[in-house]
Design a protein around this ligand. Sequence first.
Ligand code: AP5
Ligand code: MG
Length: 219
Amino acid sequence: MRFLIFGPPGSGKGTQASKIAETYMISHIDFGTILRDHLQKNTKLGKEIAKYNIEKGNLIPDDLAIEILEDRLKEKDAKKFGFVLEGFPRTLAQGIAIDNFLKKSRLKLDAVININVDEDLLVKRLMSRRVCANCGESYNLLTNPPKQDDICDKCGGKLVTRDDDKEQVIRKRFRVFKAQTEPAINFFRKMENIIDIDGNRSVDEVFIQIKQKLDKMVK
Ligand code: AP5
Ligand code: MG
């Protein structure tokens, strides 16, 4: 199975993609995390990505994003198990590129998920998000706090705030989403298999909506 998951920053793409990956036994590919890993490890690609200041809410250029994504989709797990892809495409050009890549590889998307959430709720959620610097597990001080302050329940790693989770940067990411990513969503909307989800509800309520709709589509 292959799914794309769209939504503004903080809409719960990562949260829901993890649950989808577990439920349907497919890979969760989080494009933003791939970029941050390259930056942290200071790889050759990381040095290139660093030029574009993603921590300030800027996108990396389409050519670079498409190259990184295509390499990731060619990996064994994505081919063998399928995937739920978060954070890509983020522009119309990226949308067209992945559509072409899948057609060339004779692969089809099973569904495109689009999560909608109000801007002020996104800001509130992201300002209270903490992530584990070691394993990447995500927490929320308001809705899903760790058992011990600043410590990951899973691995004992230190919990940190993402560099781009500052109010000004969150609002910029939201503007970038409206201007750049909505055209990509509209491109996929022309296909029948897009599902719109109300993401203003609790994590479990959102997942129930997604699962009910996906189950009908993948049967
Ligand atoms: P990326 O990492 O993808 O960030 P984003 O799209 O801004 O979205 P987030 O990952 O911050 O939010 P999310 O929707 O996954 O929400 P989450 O589940 O964590 O990208 C970062 C940057 O990289 C971009 O800004 C750009 O610069 C660059 N980049 C990435 N992809 C690119 C591309 N294709 N091309 C060019 N540049 C690119 O949830 C958020 C919080 O809310 C958590 O704390 C969670 O616990 C909580 N929460 C979630 N759901 C609920 C709920 N229903 N109720 C209550 N709390 C909830
Ligand atoms: Mg995410």
